[in-house]
Write a protein that binds this ligand. Structure first.
Ligand SMILES: Cc1cc2nc3c(=O)[nH]c(=O)nc-3n(C[C@H](O)[C@H](O)[C@H](O)COP(=O)(O)O)c2cc1C
Length: 189
C-alpha cells in the first residue's frame, strides 16, 4: 500500500486480539512516534508499555480508581472495557511532559507534539496491519491512574491509552468529512 493509501484507509478499531506486534514492529511503531513535529525539540511525548499481566492490573486499577474518585463506570461500559482490554496484547499509556522550566514554548504546543506522535504511531500500527484505538476512557482523568503509571500529574499531561492488536475482523471503511466543509480559501481584501 502507498503511504497515502495507508493514511486514507486508517480508522480506529476495538476489534482486536492477539498476537500483538512483534518486538521489532513495536520498535518501528514507537520510532514513527519519535518523528513527530516538535517546536523547540522538546520531545515531550512519553509512552509506557503495558503488556500481559500488567494489562489485567491496569483494568483493576482503572475500575477501582474510577469508583474511589466518584466516577464509576456503568456496568455495560465496565464489561465492554474488561472484554476489550482483556483481548489486547499491547497498551501504550501516553503522557506529555510539561517541563515547567521552559516558558518559551507554550504548553499546548507540547501537547500537540505528543498528539502528533500518537497519530504517527496509529498510522504505523495501521501500516503494519494492526488495529488500534486511542482512549481516555480508562481512568485517564483520575489522580491515581496516571500516578500509578509513573506520571506525576504536576509534571505530565496524561493523555490516555493506545490499545493495539491484530484485527479480529476487517477494518471498516468509514465515511470521512468532505474537505470542502473544513477548508476554505482566504481571500484578502
Ligand atoms: C485524545 C483522544 C481520546 C479519545 N478517547 C476516546 C474514548 O475514551 N472513547 C471513545 O469512544 N473514543 C475516544 N477517542 C476517539 C477514538 O480514538 C477514535 O478516533 C474515534 O472513534 C473515531 O475513529 P477514527 O479514528 O476511525 O476516525 C479519542 C480520541 C482522541 C484523539
Amino acid at each position: 500500500m502507498s503511504v497515502l493509501a495507508t493514511l486514507l484507509s486508517r480508522s480506529s478499531t476495538k476489534q482486536i486480539q492477539g498476537p500483538g506486534p512483534s518486538e521489532p514492529e513495536i520498535q518501528q511503531i514507537l520510532s514513527a512516534a519519535m518523528c513527530a513535529p516538535d517546536h523547540g525539540c522538546l520531545r515531550p511525548w512519553r509512552f509506557k508499555r503495558i503488556q500481559g499481566e500488567a494489562i489485567t492490573k491496569l483494568i483493576e486499577l482503572a475500575v477501582k480508581t474510577l469508583e474511589a474518585e466518584g466516577k464509576p463506570l456503568n456496568p455495560t461500559k465496565e464489561k465492554n472495557m474488561r472484554e476489550w482490554l482483556g483481548r489486547a496484547p499491547l497498551v501504550l499509556a501516553v503522557a506529555s511532559y510539561v517541563d515547567h522550566s521552559n516558558d518559551r514554548i507554550p504548553e499546548h504546543e507540547r501537547m500537540l507534539a505528543t498528539g502528533a506522535a500518537v497519530m504517527n504511531l496509529l498510522n504505523a500500527a495501521h501500516a503494519l496491519g494492526y488495529g488500534a484505538f486511542w482512549s481516555t476512557g480508562i481512568g485517564t482523568y483520575t489522580e491515581a491512574v496516571p500516578e500509578a503509571l509513573g506520571f506525576d500529574t504536576l509534571e505530565y499531561d496524561f493523555l490516555g491509552f493506545v490499545v493495539i492488536g491484530s484485527l479480529s475482523e476487517p477494518l471498516a471503511v468509514k465515511e470521512r468529512p468532505a474537505v470542502i466543509d473544513h477548508v476554505s480559501v482566504w481571500e484578502p481584501n
